[in-house]
Design a protein around this ligand. Sequence first.
Ligand code: OKP
Ligand code: ZN
Length: 346
Amino acid sequence: MDIVYSPDHRLHNGRFEMKDGEFTPCHECPDRADRIFEALKDNADFNFLAPDADASAVIRQIHSPDYVAFLETAWPKWMDFKGTSNPPDAFPLIFPNRSRNVHAPSSIDGLLGYYALDTGSPIMSGTFDAARTAASCALTGQRLVTTGGRTVFSLSRPPGHHATHDAYGGYCFFNNAAIAAQGFLNDGAARVAILDVDYHHGNGTQDIFYERSDVLVVNIHADPSSEYPFFWGARTEIGAGTGAGYNLNLPLPAGTDWPAYAEALGQACAAIRKYAPDALILSFGFDIFHGDPLSRFLIGTADFRRIAGMIAALKFPTLIILEGGYAIDGLADNVLSGLTGFLETE
Ligand code: OKP
Ligand code: ZN
């Protein structure tokens, strides 16, 4: 299996996130991808490739020009605002909330809140380059799937599924899965399906394709009535306009174990089979693991192989993209288990 990977993910290395009222070390850290790379790099089943596609143009098909410009200039503006070349990571202070149509302010401390969804996603000097490289890994993987028809894994971070058309949050800046979906369409696909199995609902991916029928978005996730991202992910969100019927949410309660998960995954797979996409993107989050610090599901290491086996049995050309997964000590084993489920079915 080809794996697209760049060490440039390390350029995004936040010190702290705001979590439950405290500044705590970032869960979404370079160690995640480093440990997966170390565990897989000498395994003959995997062939590592550097990204050779530049995602810049496709990023602009998915994200608004003002949002991309914000991310590109946020750090220099923040250094200027702080009056030092070595400031702390950038965090928003105030959000426009539900109330009014607002316009972007000029000052960086206002811009951060204008473009942010949350306080958990620090921006630092390398954030833009790392996020663009993650999108380029996904796009390179997409092109390999388009030309080769075989399963490819984009081993990339920061993740992407919370990033909307014009907002960052949940550790995500560019929506790698959405960019890859657009890449498939650009290269001739008529229909693309995205299956998101991260513990958290992929609100950004849902939003981006909510009114489109050319991308089916299916999410299996923790019930947002009590889990991040809270304001998206209900069963009642089925798409709108031309996209009505092309968004499927399968929220599950705390304590979900393999049998309950397998039932939801069966529903998800049936919907994807019926849609018959030209390509499938798997937003593979490993934070459904019972040992994950953000999870209240009870999925075990061996279950990732079962999950992958069910998805691989659909036999659609598939691009796998890394989303979450924060149990640092179990992550590489979980990823290997998941990829093994694909290798066995190919
Ligand atoms: C990113 B991804 C817990 C706070 C959790 C953010 C979660 C972001 C998840 N009380 N904060 O893995 O979907
Ligand atoms: Zn997650």
